[in-house]
Write a protein that binds this ligand. Structure first.
Ligand SMILES: *Cc1c(COP(=O)(O)O)cnc(C)c1O
Length: 225
């Protein structure tokens, strides 16, 4: 079996096991294959092994691959930082955006989402560890931001994305995810059904605390150069 297909099988097994150990329903967690810096041939290999959701961080690179892969039924997610002069092409070419941390960006994406496409699915990026250097809104800004975004007609707020400070210990890894999950639950909005939580190093903790999407790159495609 080709390398990427083998990796994909192993990662999917890890996800199924973590779901089961966490008492979660089978297939309640979806793998987002993060393909930044990797060629279209690698995406095809994962696609042929069954993967459909792919995440990209850099717009120009993503647009090139989307053109090359236009005859595949890929669901594209944008997960990188967003400058306002890039929103139009993001609105036109992606199904999901995980990295929204400013109202202005959400407004532009909504205004620029073509009528011919379904509303753009978005997640708010939350800076859950309150790191100065990290992108994302704070927990205290979350309720107000959600309210304002819900008034935008061409985007559909689906949930939150978080990249906590790295921690080695399982219990430490769980804490920030649990805190964010509970903050969302307290809002009592069942339409917020998406938790983009967890990467290779904290997959089990993220799934234990409600992840519905885990984002994995290097373990699937190999290290980036
Ligand atoms: C690159 C990236 C990932 C995947 O990281 P890997 O170390 O390649 O698994 C996940 N989430 C975000 C937001 C990323 O930018």
């Amino acid at each position: 079996m080709p390398r990427i297909a083998l990796n994909l099988n192993a990662i999917n097994s890890d996800i199924r096991l973590a779901e089961s150990n966490a008492g979660r329903e089978a297939n309640s967690v979806q793998l987002l294959a993060v393909s930044k810096t990797k060629p279209s041939a690698d995406i095809i290999e994962a696609y042929q092994a069954g993967q459909r959701h792919f995440g990209e961080n850099y717009l120009q690179e993503a647009l090139t691959k989307q053109k090359e892969l236009s005859h595949y039924q890929i669901i594209w997610h944008f997960i990188g930082p967003i400058q306002s002069n890039k929103t139009k092409q993001i609105a036109e070419n992606f199904s999901w955006v995980h990295s929204i941390d400013r109202l202005k960006i959400a407004q532009r994406l909504s205004d620029q989402r073509p009528e011919s496409l379904a509303p753009l699915n978005i997640c708010l990026q939350v800076n859950i560890s309150q790191e100065q250097s990290k992108a994302g809104i704070t927990l205290s800004e979350l309720p107000n931001m959600i309210e304002q975004i819900e008034s935008l007609s061409r985007i559909k707020l689906r949930g939150v994305m978080a990249i906590p400070e790295p921690a080695q210990d399982y219990e430490q890894q769980r804490k920030p995810y649990r805190q964010l999950q509970q903050a969302i639950k307290a809002l009592n909005k069942p339409e917020l059904d998406t938790f983009s939580f967890g990467m290779t190093g904290d997959l089990k903790a993220a799934i234990k605390e409600g992840a519905t999407i885990v984002r994995i790159g290097a373990a699937l495609f190999g290290k980036r150069g």
